[in-house]
Design a protein around this ligand. Structure first.
Ligand SMILES: [Zn+2]
Length: 242
């Protein structure tokens, strides 16, 4: 993979992160060599990005639609789900030790063998809605932060995947444009990888198996990877038109 393709792919993807004003470009630039050290391991490359963006409230707008289709959480759905949780549900999502500590903090006597439910009942006993909300507030925030971090780790993995895919496809086009190859195989064939179809007018599925001359292929086929974040559709050289 050429350095030029790598850099282009990297910036073409990370430029979409938001809030743009908070994204530290210098840090991203510094992380690039480490990122591409793991070109063959998108998971590890994703961790490099995740660590590089630690402490920044970043989001990836393209994630929202994809997450919905692929069954992942997004920062927005997490926010909604956690805001909707009742105080007792928030407590239930914490560990036994955390609940014990909270009881101690609030001078609520409890048996050392008390179950989670017994501790929750003790904590919520006689508490008005406002008081209950105040008691669980730090826990709600902790849940929110943990879920956000998990979601960002997932997004970082997909960002890595995406960057590597963009770079790979650039490289692939260069290979396919090789004059010697073109003289033997003057057509490009589109292979749909079977991903969920997207609502774009140029959906990959429609072009599966189609063969065109390079110039027509560039303008007709979807640009790869397509807007579906896990698109691994590809082009190959072919001897005949379809
Ligand atoms: Zn595709």
């Amino acid at each position: 993979m050429s350095d030029e393709h790598r850099q282009m792919a990297y910036w073409s993807v990370v430029k979409d992160l938001e809030p743009a004003a908070d994204i530290p470009l210098a840090r991203l630039r510094a992380a690039m060599p480490e990122f591409f050290r793991f070109s063959g391991e998108p998971k590890r490359a994703g961790s490099v990005l995740f660590d590089c963006l630690a402490g920044i409230p970043w989001d990836w707008p393209a994630w929202e639609t994809f997450a919905k289709k692929a069954g992942y959480d997004s920062l927005r759905t997490i926010s909604l789900a956690i805001a909707r949780m009742r105080p007792a549900e928030v407590l239930k999502a914490r560990s036994l030790t955390q609940l014990r500590d909270l009881c101690t903090e609030r001078s609520i006597t409890h048996l050392s063998r008390a179950t989670k439910q017994a501790l929750i009942d003790a904590l919520m006993k006689g508490a008005s809605a406002d008081v209950a909300a105040a008691i669980v507030f730090p826990f709600r925030q902790a849940l929110h932060e943990e879920a956000n971090e998990k979601c960002r780790a997932e997004m970082a993995r997909h960002l890595a995947y995406r960057i590597l895919s963009v770079a790979y496809n650039r490289e692939r086009l260069d290979q396919l444009r090789d004059p010697e190859l073109l003289s033997m195989m003057p057509f490009w064939k589109f292979h749909w990888c079977g991903h969920t179809d997207i609502d774009a007018p140029k959906s990959c599925r429609r072009f599966d198996g189609k063969r065109l001359e390079p110039q027509a292929a560039i303008t007709t086929f979807p640009e790869l990877p397509c807007s579906y974040l896990r698109c691994v559709c590809r082009l190959s050289a072919d001897t005949a038109r379809s």
